[in-house]
Design a protein around this ligand. Structure first.
Ligand code: F3S
Length: 64
């Protein structure tokens, strides 16, 4: 499983980072990107899904 953030959609709500701080990082302006290549480590799948479900801009995508 991988996660990606669509930078054209992200508005910096930061819910992804709040819910899954191991999977997302914020730049100085508060916009998110996936950590590393976006690979979700074992045990972090639920956090990834939560982040995707809670992004108001639907900028977070899960790739199975
Ligand atoms: Fe951006 Fe959504 Fe996270 S708007 S900062 S990807 S919660």
């Amino acid at each position: 499983m991988k996660v990606t953030v669509d930078a054209s959609l992200c508005q910096g709500h930061n819910r992804c980072y709040a819910l899954a701080p191991d999977l997302f990082q914020l730049d100085d302006a508060g916009f998110a990107s996936a950590v590393g290549d976006g690979t979700v480590p074992p045990g972090q799948e639920d956090a990834a899904e939560l982040a995707a479900d809670n992004c108001p801009e639907m900028a977070v995508t899960i790739h199975a």
